[in-house]
Design a protein around this ligand. Structure first.
Ligand SMILES: [Zn+2]
Length: 352
């Protein structure tokens, strides 16, 4: 895909290079001069104890006088995270709210496309019986090819392991024939198995939606319990209680900052939500990031357990979700631990 004209310049204007680099460096404030947008730190690209890495925040460029690393906010993120140029652009666009333009320009999106051959094959294998094949034969004029296919109907009736391959063989022939038969098959499936077909297209739209957030879709592992909460001292003991309740289940608790060494970007959080079997969100203090993450978890169909120290912090729209209130003291956290354990065990089972 290509970027809209002038897009990179606007992106650089909208995002502070210092904000992004701050995730990896500790500024030398004796040498830096924030009023002039002048920042110095030990270099994140080579080992050193002195501060030879310079950021000119006004111009949006960095340069290291030790290893000569240089570039802008996009190249910085690309290098530090080992991602592609476009992935870096997408992550930054997402952070500063410029991702709308990218989405409309996104020629990788497949959400509006008709069912492809592999989706058709899966839908047929899951849903078709002999009668469906004969109906397709009548509608498409392929009755002879279907009846005379050496293995298709026989492997269907015996559910032989070569059945999916025979289905694919038939539909690729229909596609190659260019006689309109594949379109008739597609229409037939979309009408006859509309719910199943919708689910297949939704799955594609869903992964396109994930991509438009700057996140490369991977199949969910559902092997952790994601914890979304504000960072900071008084939440440390809350997280300890949450971890203990997760220990009564087969799955470990994970908080974004644990997985990614404090350099958390939104992409990491999306990754964590995607792989979570359950997401616990602490709404205490109405932290905006936690609310945002809760919204994504809901949209992606994850079971969410909201917890809070104050039910006033639960927005009206979420009150119908069963949330847990707790007190942040040793007695209150003990109660939270027990309630959370039984809720989690109900969702993912007990530790064997
Ligand atoms: Zn360097």
């Amino acid at each position: 895909m290509s970027l809209p004209p002038g897009y990179l310049d606007r992106l650089r204007d909208n995002i502070s290079l210092t904000d992004v680099t701050s995730r990896w460096v500790r500024w030398d404030m004796r040498k830096s001069n924030p009023e002039k947008g002048d920042y110095w730190a030990p270099c994140p690209f080579h080992e050193e104890t002195t501060a030879s890495f310079h950021v000119d925040d006004r111009k949006g460029f960095y340069y290291c006088f030790g290893c000569h690393a240089k570039g802008d906010v996009v190249s910085f993120l690309k290098e530090k995270r080992g991602i592609s140029f476009m992935q870096a652009v997408r992550q930054l666009a997402f952070i500063c709210g410029m991702d709308d333009e990218l989405a409309s320009n996104d020629d990788e999106s497949h959400s509006a496309e008709p069912l492809n051959l592999l989706q058709l094959k899966d839908l047929i294998v899951e849903n078709f019986d002999q009668e469906n094949f004969l109906e397709i034969g009548v509608l498409s004029g392929w009755t002879n090819q279907i009846r005379n296919h050496s293995r298709l109907l026989r492997s269907l009736s015996w559910r032989d392991p070569d059945y999916p391959g025979n289905v694919l063989d038939l539909i690729t022939r229909m596609d190659d024939a260019g006689d309109g038969s594949i379109e008739k098959l597609r229409t037939y499936i979309e009408e006859k198995f509309s719910i199943e077909a919708q689910a297949a297209t939704d799955a594609v739209a869903f992964s396109a939606a994930k991509r438009s957030l700057g996140y490369n879709f991977v199949r969910s592992r559902n092997d952790v319990i994601g914890v979304m909460m504000p960072f900071g001292g008084r939440f440390g003991q809350v997280y300890d209680a949450i971890k203990r309740s997760c220990e009564t289940t087969p799955l470990p608790a994970k908080r974004a900052d644990e997985v990614w060494n404090n350099s958390v970007l939104i992409n990491d959080i999306l990754e964590l939500i995607n792989h979570s079997a359950v997401v616990i969100c602490d709404l205490t203090g109405r932290n905006e990031n936690v609310f945002y993450e809760l919204g994504i978890a809901h949209a992606w169909g994850k079971p969410v357990i909201p917890i809070t120290q104050n039910s006033e912090d639960v927005p009206f729209d979420l009150r119908h979700h069963r949330y847990l209130t707790y007190l942040n003291n040793s007695e209150g956290l003990g109660v939270l631990e027990n309630q959370l354990s039984s809720r989690l065990q109900g969702l993912v089972g007990e530790k064997p």
